[in-house]
Design a protein around this ligand. Structure first.
Ligand code: SF4
Ligand code: SF4
Length: 463
């Protein structure tokens, strides 16, 4: 039916499919659609031009300013009506501040408490969590302290909720943290992938326990492969720090916040069940951190109001570009953030490679073996990802044998082998000592294994 009136037209990409226009149409010319509009992701209505008489009643009914318009309608240039808009001020970085702490005597803290204190000193005031042994004391202490420090502790309804609360908080540019343990960490992986995709910081203290499945509540380095290689779907990596004492629980938790904001990426502190529970002497740092506000924060003022965080890139080329950007960031991290410590490594012919609690047993074994005259040392990765291959490389000039000591089925050894392969380093003999299920390698076992390796080589040499 032709009409004299200007034609009424639907703008499908602006239609939200609410259906209000359907009721307004006296000709029943509008029906619900069934096709998703690619631009909006919504399902617009359809107008039957045969039935429509261009009365315009649907234009008045539509809550979207331009969902339905008259043909030829053109937007008035708002600057002609209202003048030029005042320019929006650009958001700027408000840097974090350091405040000197008065000197105090060292504290005696269990590992979980030390990490919680580290979080407070790093300026974290937003903590979410779901209780899980053997990590719970960290969250418990923060639940008590944060309300007194103008902070927020929320026990989330699950680990999935926890990581999404963290996503929201870090999107506002605020330091945030959770304590969890292996089964809980598994549940957070999808959210960690989203945070990596949206380039948001956040600190995950994973006090690892044995698996698979529920396992038990003992110590195990069960999640090295998850933290180093399996942070949810897609192209994901995060710095993984591996403490071995309550002091390192505090120090590396503080470092985790610094690195997390520096690279706008989550950081994992991979502890183990024993480390969470043991008590040790902890010296507080000389300063605490008062967080600033990054320019990218979604914050309720004029400067930041245009900020948005998302891991959604509908256009395939855009997503590829974003992944290339993440890859470049991972390369920078790999180049600059490899960390390790060594004990009697300089003249060692055999190096023990161990982190977390097994590093303590390994250190004790080094002492015993050195007293026997065996040239052995301990190489302790403090970052599991990136694996500190550049720190290890110089020692491989004199140490051609490595003994990987770990409380897992070989997850640390896999990282070592991959790093050696990528660095094109060959000719190294790699042995291992592994315990699992909550059983830790003892110093005595390590000593015996080193003796056995020594005798095998003596036999070979005598052939
Ligand atoms: S212009 Fe009038 S007849 Fe046409 S779809 Fe809208 S309400 Fe219905
Ligand atoms: S009222 Fe507007 S937004 Fe709602 S279905 Fe109709 S055209 Fe779409």
């Amino acid at each position: 039916m032709a009409s004299e009136r200007p034609k009424v037209v639907l703008e499908p990409h602006l239609c939200k499919g609410c259906g209000r226009c359907i009721e307004s149409c006296p000709k029943h010319a509008i029906t619900l659609g069934s096709e998703v509009d690619q631009a909006s992701g919504l399902v617009p209505v359809l107008i039957d031009r045969e039935l429509c008489n261009d009365c315009g009643l649907c234009i008045a009914a539509c809550p979207e300013p331009f969902g339905i318009t008259r043909d030829g309608y053109e937007l008035e240039d708002p600057t002609k009506l209202y003048g030029e808009l005042a320019p929006t001020p650009k958001p700027r970085d408000i840097p974090a501040r350091e405040v000197r702490l008065p000197r105090c005597e060292p504290l005696v803290l269990k590992g979980n408490y030390a990490a919680a204190v580290g979080a407070l000193l790093a300026g974290c005031r937003h903590v979410y969590g779901y209780p899980i042994t053997p990590s719970t004391e960290g969250a418990e202490l923060l639940a008590k302290l944060l309300p007194k420090l103008d902070g927020v502790f929320m026990q989330a309804c699950s680990e999935v909720a926890t990581v999404n609360h963290m996503y929201g908080t870090s999107g506002a540019g605020l330091p945030t943290l959770t304590f969890t343990s292996s089964p809980g960490f598994s549940l957070m992986l999808e959210g960690i992938s989203y945070m990596i995709g949206a380039e948001l910081p956040g600190v995950f203290i994973n006090v690892m326990r044995p698996g698979p499945g529920l396992g038990n509540i003992g110590p195990e380095q069960a999640d090295i492969k998850l933290a180093a290689r399996g942070l949810g779907h897609g192209n994901t990596h995060a710095i993984v720090l591996a403490p071995s004492s309550p002091q390192e629980m505090l120090d590396l938790t503080m470092l985790a916040f610094e690195l997390s904001f520096k690279y706008r990426n989550p950081v994992i502190v991979a502890a183990d069940g024993y480390l969470g529970q043991i008590t040790g002497r902890v010296t507080l740092p000389e300063k605490l951190i008062v967080p600033g506000l990054p320019s990218w924060a979604v914050w309720g003022d004029a400067e930041h109001k245009k900020n948005l965080h998302s891991s959604i890139y509908i256009d395939w080329a855009d997503l590829e570009k974003h992944n290339e950007h993440l890859e470049a960031k991972y390369r920078t991290i790999t180049e600059h953030e490899q960390r390790a410590s060594g004990y009697r490594v300089d003249d060692a012919e055999l190096l023990l490679v161990a982190c977390n609690i097994p590093a303590r047993m390994a250190k004790s074994a080094v002492e015993t073996l050195r007293q026997e005259g065996v040239r052995v040392g301990l190489f302790q990765p403090l970052t599991i990802w990136p694996f500190p291959i550049d720190r290890l490389r110089p020692h491989l000039e004199h140490a051609k044998r490595l003994l990987v000591v770990e409380a897992s089925s070989g997850q640390l050894e896999d990282e070592l082998r991959l790093a050696l392969h990528k660095a094109d380093i060959g000719g190294i003999e790699i042995r291992h000592l592994r315990r699992m299920g909550g059983v830790l390698p003892s110093a005595q076992e390590i000593v015996e294994r080193v003796h056995r390796i020594g005798s095998e080589h003596a036999v070979e040499a005598s052939r």
